[in-house]
Design a protein around this ligand. Structure first.
Ligand code: XIL
Length: 339
């Protein structure tokens, strides 16, 4: 089979955990992909133990070493999120929720900075400076899902713990700390911006969410916040017109940012039938043809899992490119098709 990665001129990523770093799955992965994202093991909660000590997850190491040994890039996911984050992040020493008082805001800013720097220091200590030959990390989702799902708020931002304590500034600060840590303090000498800094969100294929996303990115860039890229998760389904993916990418095309498709999957609905698998094949064909049109603007495209049974949306019907027997589905033939 033609490697899917050979049919596109941007890096092609897949979300994994250590199960995909050995045996048959690793062979399939290496044939078709040249970038990986940790599906769960680089999320905020996975860097800390129950005693709140910074303790990198063994699976994050497995993924980094697998990438190092096989010349894959690693797209980091995720520094700041409202989900999969320890509850104590948003509490004071007495276990009370932090408020938006100046003192509590300072605690939250310090914690954010310490979190970002601990990850950067660990990854550079272990794998070499960012941008050096031994360190495969090329990007981070700095903030994830910060945009509100409804039009209820003038600023269009999700009312998360981060927001409620710090307000919109938490987004600026996350990028500023990440820039300092990943592109300055722990970067290889003479390498400029080795780690690209992304904002990432879902439903950007829908007009309302996209409008709020666009306004936020415009505000951030106007304030000089170091945002390199805009991520589109694209957790879609067969009823979402593929033209909506085009519209999402087109909206940011003229902005001074790169873009990424970060978490692509397209469940068929259930029960899964051969007719639906074939319809999904055409969907992947049309979607990948759109992605190819944006090659110059695309940092990477990532599918959110290697085989159907490992997908977080498998109960919605076979969302990915390969089946559980590691066989190529119509989705694969569509994606490579290019016609
Ligand atoms: C999902 C993982 O796939 C699941 O294994 C986990 O239980 C929950 O998170 N948006 C994101 C991803 O940014 O981190 C989420 O991943 C899917 C939605």
């Amino acid at each position: 089979l033609t490697g899917l990665r050979e049919t596109v001129d941007f890096p092609l990523g897949v979300a994994i955990d250590s199960r995909e770093t050995a045996g048959g799955p690793s062979q399939l992965l290496l044939r078709h992909f040249n970038q990986v994202t940790a599906e769960n093991h680089m999320k905020p909660e996975s860097w800390y133990n129950a005693e709140r000590a910074f303790t990198p997850h063994e699976q994050a190491g497995a993924i980094m070493r697998f990438a190092q040994e096989n010349d894959l890039a690693v797209y980091g996911h995720v520094l700041v999120w409202h989900s999969q984050t320890p509850a104590w992040f948003f509490q004071n020493e007495a276990g009370q929720p932090l408020t938006n008082s100046p003192a509590d805001q300072q605690v939250m800013r310090d914690r954010l900075r310490a979190h970002v720097f601990a990850i950067a220091e660990h990854l550079s200590d272990t794998y070499g400076p960012f941008g050096s030959d031994t360190n495969p990390l090329n990007a981070w989702d700095v903030v994830n899902e910060v945009v509100a799902d409804t039009g209820d708020f003038a600023d269009g931002l999700r009312r998360s713990n981060w927001y409620n304590i710090l307000g919109e500034q938490y987004i600026d600060l996350a990028f500023q700390y990440a820039d300092e840590a990943f592109n300055e303090v722990y970067a290889a000498e003479g390498v400029a911006r080795p780690v690209k800094l992304f904002i990432n969100d879902y439903n950007t294929e829908q007009a309302g969410k996209r409008g709020r996303y666009l306004s936020l990115v415009e505000r951030l860039l106007a304030r000089g916040v170091p945002v390199d890229g805009v991520g589109h998760q694209f957790h879609v389904n067969l009823t979402m017109p593929v033209s909506a993916l085009d519209a999402a990418l087109a909206a940011f095309e003229d902005m001074p940012v790169t873009q990424a498709v970060t978490e692509f999957d397209v469940p068929t609905g259930t029960p899964v039938s051969q007719a639906l698998r074939i319809e999904q094949g055409y969907y992947f064909r049309d979607a990948f043809n759109i992605f190819r049109e944006y090659t110059d603007d695309l940092f990477a495209v990532t599918v959110w899992g290697l085989v159907d049974g490992r997908s977080w949306r498998s109960s919605s019907g076979a969302p990915l490119v390969f089946d559980d027997a590691l066989r190529a589905k119509p989705a694969y033939y569509g994606a490579v098709g290019g016609q």
